[in-house]
Design a protein. Structure first.
Length: 221
């Protein structure tokens, strides 16, 4: 079986939606930008108050090792991490981690370890370690291509009255968010769905229809 390279340009399918990466103007001179261009990634420059990159609902801060240390010493890093929380998702990319020389940095090894633990545990921000600008660009491009997955309403604590209809349908085996939404868009009410012809439901649900129809008709005992 041939090896499939997820980073190759050939793997970028035209039908797959690619999100635009919003880049802070201060990153223009970064080699990451050139690497994103090589990947044919859609980008746009803006003056960002928060983060270096914005992809959809995700704010991403990029730090080289030298920048990480300096922002740690002047405590700028912690304010930047707090700002990232204004977005639904956040991420810190530490670039060039293999170049970190603790012996000559003047920093205590435990100080660096403590910093990384604080970022992950206290600030609850995931960390990605990148070898160089090329790998950073690959990470960003993959995040941009990642499809947004629908979350079941059963994972939410507060839902609207309309969402309760979807909640009920998601209680059936193999009926997820997409299927329940499709059924409600067609039938509008659960009553209409229950009264629909079996053949119609089977054509919509396929194999899922068997268990769905069985539970609709099963007597409580």
């Amino acid at each position: 079986m041939p090896f499939f390279n997820i980073f190759s340009k050939k793997s970028l399918k035209k039908e797959s939606p690619i999100n635009k990466i919003i880049i802070d103007n201060r990153e223009k001179n970064s080699l990451v930008i050139a690497e994103l261009m090589n990947l044919n990634q859609k980008t746009e420059f803006k003056q960002l108050e928060i983060a270096d990159y914005i992809i959809g609902e995700t704010a991403i801060e990029r730090k080289t090792i030298s920048d990480l240390i300096s922002s740690m010493l002047n405590k700028r890093l912690f304010q930047q991490l707090e700002n990232l929380k204004q977005y639904n998702k956040s991420l810190l990319i530490i670039e060039g981690y293999q170049k970190l020389d603790l012996k000559n940095s003047g920093l205590n090894e435990n100080a660096i370890r403590g910093l990384l633990l604080s970022i992950s545990l206290d600030h609850k921000i995931p960390i990605l370690f990148s070898k160089n600008e090329k790998e950073t660009a690959l990470f960003l491009s993959l995040i941009a291509k990642k499809k947004k997955t629908e979350i079941s309403l059963r994972a939410k604590s507060q839902i609207s009255e309309s969402q309760r209809l979807q909640f009920i349908l998601e209680g059936f085996p193999s009926i997820g968010p997409k299927t329940s939404q499709k059924l409600l868009l067609k039938y509008k009410t659960i009553k209409n769905l229950i009264n629909a012809p079996k053949e119609e439901i089977i054509s919509l649900l396929g194999k899922k229809a068997e268990v769905f129809l069985y539970l609709l008709e099963k007597e409580y005992s």
